[in-house]
Design a protein around this ligand. Structure first.
Ligand code: F6P
Length: 540
């Protein structure tokens, strides 16, 4: 169980508030000038990861108060509760055990409702392994006796974003299967995907923890209809796989029990890529690589659980983020991976972080008087530099940035990686140091020179990782999962429910009824006006 501790009533918070008064006018450039070894002092190395956090608005004193805050909110106890199956998702009365999904050690049982979850997880992993190998090796055949060529993953939110991000991220590890993701209720897109595929060699994964999510069920119906035009009714099940915590619903839908893979209540959607929800990953990169992904995440889990807070990458990242969010009042954070393959990484983090920590009540249900969930956004570098970096360098808002880069490229025929990484390092340096006014040619007047100046003092973290592999990607995702968890603990909120998003599902259903019956019921005047406008002007 998590205690309810108001972070603002801790001694550390008071010290941080006083300390902020001195820090707020300090320039990072001065901190570097005063301490020649600063660059060597604020970093953590763990396995294939180096976190350099020296380019932040902190001193050793700041860090000591932030670490004290972690102690005072009982972070250590919270971490143990997470790993051992405590019902820390109190609002849904559930344990939170995504870490168990990547635990191959079976060291000590984790009991939930009298069941050792490690056993059911291992059993399912073995089923995934056999199924994936049979499909990839062409032993599990389609209704026409052909090997499958394409996989379509139908799901939304956590049943889409994580798997899609990893499948894209590990493009270099892909096998011959072509994987496609359908999440939105957008028929134009759905048919654009399906029209390029051969139903006779397409395997469809219907991924939904609840198996009731409207978008997923609607899309599944359309895809099954599309399959039915080619595949005989009696053979349809050979093309269908279900991933769900509601097995009976999947059976009722017409999926064969042998191709239904379970997930469980103790796995939240946004933390589920490590479970059967990751079937599209395992099919795309092969089971052995999927296992490496899990094992990489497990390494980060061990680090998070055992490293002292000052040497703990997720803990330090979370504390820095709290420092900016709650003391400097910076509203957003950006994540910029310098790898095109990680294009979908910011979107996955958006669900992970904002669905988890976008909460305005504390653990006793009181309205909060301080800020919680950070807004997270980003895009891959170098491309992002040519889009929104201007605001980072010269805007009036400060956006702390996580730069994620890889020491080694996948291919050894590298030439561009050096350029990519030169940009990576160059941007962090420019954000720190800014740029003095320079004259571009004799003619330029002082006013224009002034516009060429920028102040620097913009914070960033640099995460330097050996190479983008299944193992390091697993560890990277786990790092952010744990950062999110730590922030939820500090902010004294429940990070594992999502009532706000669920309400959206209800609202859409009500409005759908009104649209179908052409009868707008009681709404605020804006929504009523919009609905009437829509009904009057639509052509279908
Ligand atoms: O969008 C809300 C949500 O509940 C997410 O948390 C979840 O990942 C997504 O819907 C999909 O839910 P399901 O897997 O049950 O279809």
């Amino acid at each position: 169980m998590l205690q309810s501790i108001n972070p603002t009533s801790t001694a550390a918070w008071t010290k941080l508030r006083e300390h902020f008064e001195q820090m707020k006018s300090i320039q990072m450039q001065d901190l570097f000038r005063e301490d020649a070894s600063r660059g060597n002092s604020f970093n953590i190395q763990f396995d294939a990861f180096l976190l350099d956090y020296s380019k932040n608005k902190i001193t050793k004193e700041t860090l000591s108060y932030l670490l004290q805050l972690g102690e005072e909110v009982q972070l250590k106890q919270a971490i143990e509760a997470l790993y051992t199956g405590g019902k820390i998702n109190k609002t849904e009365n559930r344990a939170v055990l995504h870490t168990a999904l990547r635990d191959f050690t079976q060291a000590s049982p984790i009991m939930v409702e009298g069941v050792n979850v490690l056993e059911e997880i291992q059993e399912t992993r073995t089923r995934i392994e056999h199924f994936v190998k049979a499909v990839v090796e062409g032993r599990y055949l389609s209704s026409t006796g052909q090997p499958f060529t394409d996989v379509v993953n139908i799901g939304i939110g956590g049943s889409d974003l994580g798997p899609k991000m990893v499948v894209n991220g590990l493009e270099n590890y892909r096998n011959h299967l072509k994987t496609h993701f359908i999440s939105n209720v957008d028929d134009d897109y759905l048919y654009a995907v399906l029209n390029k595929l051969n139903p006779a060699t397409t395997l469809v994964l219907i991924v939904s923890k609840t198996f009731t999510t409207q978008e997923t069920v609607l899309n599944a119906d359309k895809v099954v209809q599309w399959l039915s035009a080619t595949v005989e009714q009696k053979d349809l099940a050979k093309h269908l796989v279900g991933v769900t915590a509601e097995v009976e619903r999947a059976v009722a839908y017409g999926i064969d029990r042998s191709t239904i893979f379970p997930m469980w209540d103790y796995i939240g959607g946004r933390f589920s890529l490590w479970s059967s929800v990751g079937l599209s990953i395992a099919l795309s990169i092969g089971y052995a690589n999927f296992e490496q992904l899990l094992k990489g995440a497990h390494k980060m889990d061990q680090h998070f659980r055992t490293a002292p807070f000052q040497d703990n990458i997720p803990v330090v990242c979370a504390l820095l983020s709290v420092w900016y969010n709650n003391f400097y009042g910076y509203q957003t954070e950006a994540v910029v991976p310098y790898s095109q393959f990680l294009e979908k990484f910011p979107a996955h983090l958006q669900q992970m972080i904002m669905e988890s920590n976008g909460k305005d009540k504390n653990r006793t249900g009181e309205q909060l008087s301080y800020e919680t969930g950070t807004l997270i956004w980003g895009e891959v570098g170098v491309s992002a530099q040519h889009a929104f970096f201007q605001l980072f360098h010269q805007g009036t808002k400060v956006v702390p940035v996580d730069f994620i880069g890889f020491v080694n490229p996948f291919s050894d025929q590298d030439t561009n990686h050096t350029i990519l990484m030169s940009n990576f390092f160059g941007q962090t340096e420019a954000l720190l140091n800014g740029k003095a006014a320079t004259r571009e040619g004799e003619e330029e007047d002082a006013l224009i020179q002034n516009f060429r100046e920028f102040a620097g003092n913009k914070p960033s973290n640099t995460l330097l990782i050996d190479k983008l592999t299944p193992e390091t990607l697993g560890a990277l995702v786990a790092l952010y999962e744990h950062k999110t968890f730590v922030q939820g603990v500090i902010w004294n909120i429940y990070s594992f429910d999502q009532f706000g998003v669920e309400y959206g599902k209800v609202l859409a259903k009500n409005i759908q009824r009104e649209i179908i019956s052409n009868n707008v019921l009681k709404h605020d005047s804006s929504t009523a006006f919009l609905l009437n406008y829509y009904l009057t002007n639509r052509s279908i």
